[in-house]
Design a protein around this ligand. Structure first.
Ligand code: FES
Length: 170
């Protein structure tokens, strides 16, 4: 079964540091940079961190949560070390992104926004252009871009990542 939310105990000291070093007068302008920095640090934004940030900024938790869940880039659950995005912006969509995404889903046994049971792979939503339309269909795996990807190629790439436990993992 794919994994979804987990209640992990998280060391929030880094969150405190991030809040302290992010300065400004408007709490609503501060929240996104703080949340992005927390995600950069932890790989996602733990629930305890959202409570802490909202409290420090004086923003009601429900309002805070409503704002950050608007951004599809903000991850509220732990992600795998290998993060796959199949661009589904207009150009990639026309060039066959859906077939590539379905191939990834079949290969890994997960849907968008899910992580494999071994915790290694997460399929991240990318319903917007990720920046190289002339290379579509474009797939991003961690920091590496794969252009003009075919179904056979993405299957082989995933096979390669499965075999080599360290390749591509952060
Ligand atoms: S639409 Fe996919 S890279 Fe632009």
């Amino acid at each position: 079964m794919p994994t979804k939310a987990t209640n992990q105990v998280v060391d929030l000291s880094k969150v405190e540091e991030i809040i302290d070093r992010t300065v400004g007068d408007n709490p609503y302008e501060l929240m996104l940079p703080i949340v992005q920095a927390v995600q950069e640090e932890y790989g996602y934004v733990p629930e305890a961190a959202t409570d802490l940030i909202a409290g420090k900024l004086g923003i009601p938790v429900s309002k805070f949560y409503g704002i950050i869940t608007f951004y599809s880039d903000i991850r509220l659950e732990p992600t795998g070390a290998i993060q796959i995005q199949v661009c589904d912006g207009s150009s990639c969509h026309v060039l066959g992104a859906e077939a590539i995404r379905k191939a990834v889903e079949r290969k890994l046994g997960i849907a968008i926004d899910e992580t494999t049971p071994d915790g290694r792979f997460t399929l991240i939503p990318a319903d917007y252009c990720i920046g190289a339309c002339d290379l579509g269909p474009l797939v991003k795996i961690n920091d590496t871009f794969y252009g003009k990807v075919t179904v056979g190629q993405i299957q082989a790439i995933i096979d390669g990542l499965r075999e080599n436990r360290n390749e591509g993992e952060q």
